[in-house]
Design a binder for this molecule. Structure first.
Ligand SMILES: [Zn+2]
Length: 76
């Protein structure tokens, strides 16, 4: 008897992985893609064949370095 145990474990990658449809290059979003700022968008290009993988809108980065809270101990 042969037990047929089909374990289909789907483990999602920790980061979003981009695939190049032209040459099959595979890397994370912040991997070795050639990131080129194109106006309001950022284009991700394949370092191997140079095709544009995807474009993302710019200005996602927010510079909020926390709120500085000054506490003055004023006593009359
Ligand atoms: Zn490619």
């Amino acid at each position: 008897m042969t037990p047929s145990i089909d374990l289909t474990v789907r483990s999602p990658p920790p980061k979003t992985t981009l695939h190049c449809l032209s040459c099959g290059h595979e890397s994370a979003v912040d991997g070795d893609w050639t990131v080129r700022a194109d106006g309001e968008r950022v284009a991700y290009e394949c370092p191997d064949c140079g095709s544009t993988i995807t474009t993302r809108p710019r200005g996602v980065t927010s510079t909020t370095d926390g709120e500085g809270s000054l506490t003055f101990g004023q006593s009359d």
